[in-house]
Design a protein around this ligand. Structure first.
Ligand code: FES
Ligand code: FES
Length: 161
């Protein structure tokens, strides 16, 4: 067993775990963070995406020792004071989900994109989402939701491109 210390959604976590457990299993099975979805487990689908130090990663490909001393964000950490993140609001407003299995990964990948690029083009959104698959084919609505969220965030920040 090893001890891993990291920040999960703004809170310090110290946990004893197996050195070969994946971040996906650590989050879902040991910490009960069930927004992180298990899909292919081979880095193909993006359902297990989390942000590691603000960058999207496939948690099925990361081992627990690799997150020691680092920051993890999941969808549970997107909501602030019970208020939805503009991306969450926009996904609802644009009906950007059907079964919802890909949604946590889509939200986190989109957050990383908008944090770096508040005014992305459709091509830039497609490129950013290229590692996240939606088996329901809701891609057009997802792109619309990201464009809507980008507008909301820019208004909030009074951002002029
Ligand atoms: S479950 Fe990790 S990429 Fe598919
Ligand atoms: S909404 Fe079903 S997988 Fe995307």
């Amino acid at each position: 067993m090893i001890e891993v210390t990291f920040i999960l959604n703004g809170r310090l976590v110290k946990i004893q775990t197996e050195p070969n457990i994946t971040l996906l299993d650590l989050l879902r099975e040991e910490l009960r963070i069930t927004s992180v979805k298990r899909g292919c487990e081979t880095g193909e689908c993006g359902a297990c995406t989390v942000l590691l130090d603000d960058k999207p990663v496939n948690s099925c490909l990361i081992l627990a020792p690799m997150i020691d001393g680092r920051r993890i964000l999941t969808v549970e950490g997107l909501t602030k004071d019970r208020e939805l993140h503009p991306l969450q609001e926009s996904f609802i407003e644009e009906f950007a989900l059907q079964c919802g299995y890909c949604t946590p990964g889509m939200l986190l990948t989109s957050k990383a994109l908008l944090d770096l690029n508040p005014s992305p083009t459709i091509e830039e959104i497609k490129e950013a989402l290229s590692g996240n698959l939606c088996r329901c084919g809701a891609y057009q609505q997802i792109i619309n939701a990201i464009l809507r969220a980008s507008e909301k965030l820019r208004r909030r920040l009074n951002y002029k491109p």
